[in-house]
Design a protein around this ligand. Structure first.
Ligand SMILES: *[C@@H]1O[C@H](CO)[C@@H](O)[C@H](O)[C@H]1NC(C)=O
Ligand SMILES: *[C@@H]1O[C@H](CO)[C@@H](O)[C@H](O)[C@H]1NC(C)=O
Ligand SMILES: *[C@@H]1O[C@H](CO)[C@@H](O)[C@H](O)[C@H]1NC(C)=O
Ligand SMILES: *[C@@H]1O[C@H](CO)[C@@H](O)[C@H](O)[C@H]1NC(C)=O
Ligand SMILES: *[C@@H]1O[C@H](CO)[C@@H](O)[C@H](O)[C@H]1NC(C)=O
Ligand SMILES: *[C@@H]1O[C@H](CO)[C@@H](O)[C@H](O)[C@H]1NC(C)=O
Ligand SMILES: *[C@@H]1O[C@H](CO)[C@@H](O)[C@H](O)[C@H]1NC(C)=O
Length: 314
């Protein structure tokens, strides 16, 4: 009697484990609500024959736009969503997007390679994500794509760094010069592709793998000098949440993921990079801070914005 109960318990346990493993491997997709492009989104298409995730949201119209060239971006002739006074025509035969974005795994890690499309520079590193710690760590070798060091001068920035998001803060750690910069910025959530209404822009082949291309591009107008293109494009393995490429920021670079592994990340992976530096330096000028070790702006990447504190000054 006791023995058969034990066997039953073990079988139950094994079934639960099996379900958990199945669950951790299968891809969950965003709730299939209407996704439209909000104000400032780029690459809209209000054509009735374009899927609805290309349409601007109600109250916005899709107009032609020319994004001027910068030292890291080519000129781009595209379209953008801007506020509209006229009512939009409603149509019954709306074309649904053929795919819904995936919800990313809540914890994963991968090796990375970095490619700078402006100058062909390459780099490598490692990536860790764990939503339970609100944490992302990315290590960049041999040079950091960010320019956060201020006092030591611009060329001193071209050394390895770790970029850390941890509990609402965003750190740039340069072990070679024993310096850490501390800004306030949250890590993304596993459902960030849902939150940002990512547009399905087709399937492309990357490193020999078929990937779904989730497009999120918008413009900002920091100085009134004209629109600047912001990019947060994600490529995931077809019909899965496995990341293949991430192309982010004002710069023309991207990060490729290799040897993807899911599973909880030891908290020390995140805390160890800032341990030994605390307190990290706050951005220069941040609430009257006169310490010039770190730049004022979070995620400063463009050489032309150095050393002035205005993102587009020369
Ligand atoms: C996403 O789409 C919804 C419509 O379902 C819209 O109300 C919302 O403003 C959009 N959000 C973003 C960030 O584009
Ligand atoms: C908008 O979408 C339609 C239908 O897919 C396509 O024929 C047209 O070329 C697109 N326009 C632009 C500007 O991309
Ligand atoms: C963008 O359009 C302008 C005219 O509006 C044209 O002169 C320019 O060559 C186009 N640029 C690209 C990259 O297509
Ligand atoms: C990429 O190359 C451009 C042009 O040399 C440079 O301005 C930019 O800082 C580089 N970006 C990164 C992330 O290294
Ligand atoms: C979206 O896909 C179209 C068609 O393949 C391509 O021409 C366009 O460049 C893509 N958009 C972006 C932002 O890459
Ligand atoms: C950028 O700002 C300037 C000045 O406020 C304005 O004239 C211009 O229309 C803006 N451009 C866009 C694309 O919003
Ligand atoms: C970073 O700044 C935040 C907010 O000012 C502070 O709570 C946190 O302790 C700082 N972290 C480190 C490692 O200095």
């Amino acid at each position: 009697m006791k023995f058969t109960m034990k066997i039953k318990l073990i079988i139950k346990f094994l079934i639960i484990i099996f379900i958990l493993i199945k669950k951790s491997q299968s891809t969950v997709f965003c709730p299939s609500k209407l996704r439209c492009m909000d104000e400032t989104r780029l690459n809209c298409n209000n054509s009735l024959s374009a899927p609805t995730d290309f349409h601007c949201c109600d109250g916005f119209q899709c107009v032609p736009a020319v994004i001027p060239a910068t030292d890291t971006q080519n000129q781009l002739n595209t379209t953008m969503c801007v506020a509209s006074s006229s009512k939009q025509r409603k149509s019954k035969n709306k074309i649904q997007p053929s795919k819904t974005p995936p919800i990313m795994a809540s914890s994963w890690s991968a090796a990375t390679t970095y490619y700078n499309m402006s100058n062909g520079d390459t780099g490598w590193g490692y990536f860790w994500y764990d939503a339970s710690h609100q944490a992302i760590r990315t290590d960049f070798y041999p040079i950091c794509p960010f320019l956060q060091l201020y006092e030591v001068g611009i060329d001193a920035n071209y050394i390895p760094c770790s970029v850390l998001f941890y509990q609402g803060q965003n750190y740039y750690v340069y072990p070679g010069v024993q310096t850490c910069c501390n800004y306030t910025f949250p890590a993304w959530q596993p459902d960030w592709l849902c939150q940002s209404n990512a547009t399905f822009n087709g399937t492309v082949t990357i490193n020999g793998r078929m990937a779904d291309f989730w497009m999120i591009e918008w413009f900002s107008n920091f100085t009134g000098g004209g629109p600047v293109r912001n990019i947060r494009n994600m490529y995931t393995q077809v019909d899965s949440h496995i990341p293949i490429r991430f192309r982010e920021d004002l710069d023309t670079g991207y990060l490729d993921f290799h040897d993807y592994v899911e599973g909880p990340i030891d908290q020390k992976i995140f805390t160890s990079v800032i341990n030994g530096y605390s307190p990290c330096h706050q951005g220069h000028g941040h609430s009257g801070n006169t310490d010039k070790t770190c730049t004022r702006y979070n995620s400063q990447t463009l050489r032309r914005s150095w050393p002035c504190d205005n993102p587009t000054c020369s």
